[in-house]
Design a protein around this ligand. Structure first.
Ligand code: HCA
Length: 536
């Protein structure tokens, strides 16, 4: 049987599991899969992290405020809680935005009630009302969001009633999100809460017709400007982006997002709820896309051509693919020469550990280990595993919204027969998950622990590890380059054709930089410290 990595990977996995106490070992074993494409495989995901194993996960508040709602440029986002939560979730993902013509643009501001001890004891609702009034008086925004941090849920401040009352008083939309950090098992719960709030209070309120071919980009956060590169490419093809959820997102655009022809889903995990709800209520189908990677971008554009079925559009899309692919491949070639055959580990959020495998393939590199921080089983196994979804940990905490088709506004975008055919072809409403794209003998690890990461790095010696902020410096201290793929460190865009060239250049600079060989951790030089730190 051909295997994609040469190591005796089963032994490596057993060595990891051996270190854990029996109960923990039993649990963790279910989160680790050695790929065998000849049979359907299952993986445990979206369950509570085992205490003590040191996860890289984030919290529900980070998922709601930091990831999904925070990037909306023309709303004021007030964090009800301590200043640390507010500051931490303010632009740390490097989501970029631009003001629209109406001038409402608040990304540069960090709004917080700055809860203190006496608010914890006597309640913080009064302070929240004052903060909303103050923000309104100064900025006159079109809408405000309120985000609960842990203490808010613990003391029982009723942010939803405050939102309702203040909305009436000020005459603008005010939406509250009960996204206390401790909810759910990871930031995933926060994405779900954010989707529900946006859908219930904002999406689909203005029936303003849109001209031409229009799409919404869902699960695209404009980190380092990704959404703008995608927009550039779609624009060249003759397709307009009506709204992006939620990088450079706009309240005004969301109100009429239901008028677009189709939803493109980039990060499936954080936004699939919105795609499903818009499909049910308004009849908008969704297409799973990946604009990370040269070939992946072309494949996504071809899916769009198949969806719209317009010869002139298809011709234009093929022209764009031809020109853009050629230019990107020419620019990537010198980097590819230096990167060919190198290996990568990817531990990123919902979809990037999957999407970036395509881009690494463009560079001639192989992903030998990959895993998600906060994905659910469908992100790994594909959407056919759906029956479990109703009872998974997220749903226990965050109820699904009861969404019905809206008879006035339900507008089928295609005749049902054609839609059925597109579904059978895997173009609409399908996501096959990450595992299917990973070769035999590669490793899939859900919610990886620091110990597992260090052990795997020692055994499999990847040339680069792409991950998040919590593990970045552990990796670099081991003398291995690390690229953050949540916020891209200081760079980007990496999406689309031009983004792929940026990425190639950067990965080359990282991997082929000789300085890594000079990094020696103090414990490597001192056996005494080493003995205390490494379990063997
Ligand atoms: C968070 C945000 C995060 C993870 C960031 C990271 C994101 O949970 O704080 O691990 O670097 O997607 O940016 O979920």
């Amino acid at each position: 049987k051909r295997r994609d990595i040469d190591f005796d990977i089963e032994d490596v996995v057993e060595n990891i599991i051996r270190v854990y106490p029996t109960k923990v070992a039993k649990k963790r074993r279910k989160h680790i899969v050695v790929r065998d494409p000849s049979e359907p495989q299952e993986i445990e995901a979206n369950v509570r992290t085992v205490p003590g194993i040191i996860t890289q996960r984030g919290c529900c508040f980070a998922g709601c405020k930091g990831v999904v709602i925070g990037p909306i440029v023309d709303m004021i986002h007030i964090v009800h809680g301590p200043i640390g939560c507010s500051y931490y979730s303010w632009m740390t993902r490097r989501n970029q935005g631009v003001p629209r013509e109406d001038g409402h643009y608040y990304l540069e501001y960090c709004f917080s009630t700055d809860m203190q001890e006496d608010n914890i004891i006597f309640g913080g609702e009064k302070k929240l009302r004052a903060a909303i009034r103050e923000a309104y008086e100064i900025f006159k925004p079109k809408a405000i969001s309120i985000h609960a941090t842990c203490p808010v849920g613990l003391i029982g401040d009723d942010i939803h009633t405050v939102a309702k009352e203040m909305s009436k008083e000020l005459g603008i939309d005010i939406v509250a999100f009960s996204c206390e950090g401790y909810r759910g098992v990871s930031q995933s719960a926060g994405h779900h809460i954010a989707n529900n709030g946006l859908f219930e209070h904002i999406v689909g309120k203005d029936d303003i017709e849109l001209d031409g071919y229009t799409v919404n980009c869902l699960g695209e956060y404009n980190i380092g400007g990704d959404a703008w590169e995608i927009e550039r490419i779609l624009d060249r093809c003759g397709i307009k982006v009506a709204s992006t959820f939620s990088g450079n997102g706009s309240y005004t655009e969301y109100r009429r997002a239901h008028m677009a022809n189709v939803n493109l889903v980039q990060c499936h995990r954080s936004i699939n709820y919105m795609a499903e709800m818009m499909e049910t209520k308004f009849g908008i189908p969704w297409i799973k896309v990946n604009f990370i990677g040269v070939k992946a971008t072309s494949k996504s554009l071809r899916k769009l051509a198949a969806f719209f079925e317009d010869d002139a559009l298809t011709e234009q899309i093929e022209k764009v693919i031809e020109e853009e692919e050629r230019a990107a491949e020419e620019a990537i070639a010198p980097y590819r020469e230096r990167l060919e055959g190198k290996t990568a580990f990817l531990f990123v959020g919902g979809s990037r550990a999957h999407h970036y495998q395509d881009l690494f393939r463009d560079l001639g590199m192989k992903t030998i280990v990959a895993g998600y921080e906060f994905a659910h089983r469908d992100d790994y196994e594909g959407r056919d595993v759906l029956p479990y979804i109703k009872v998974d940990a997220d749903s226990r905490n965050i109820p699904e919204l009861d969404v019905e088709p809206d008879p006035e506004r339900f507008k089928p975008r295609k005749d049902p027969e054609k839609l059925k055919k597109l579904k059978e072809m895997g173009i609409v409403d399908t996501y096959e998950g990450m595992m299917k794209d990973m070769g035999s003998g590669t490793l899939v690890v859900d919610d990886i622990s620091h110990f597992e990461l260090e052990y795997l790095m020692k055994e499999l010696k990847p040339d680069i590890v792409c991950s998040g902020i919590k593990d970045k410096y552990v990796i670099q201290k081991m003398g291995v380059p690390s690229k953050q793929l949540h916020n891209y460190d200081y760079s980007g865009p990496f999406a689309g054709y031009k983004g792929a060239v940026n990425f190639a250049k950067e990965i080359d600079m990282l991997i082929n930089n000789p300085s890594w060989s000079f990094a020696k951790a103090p414990w490597e030089a001192s056996p005494l410290i080493k003995g205390a730190l490494i379990i063997e």
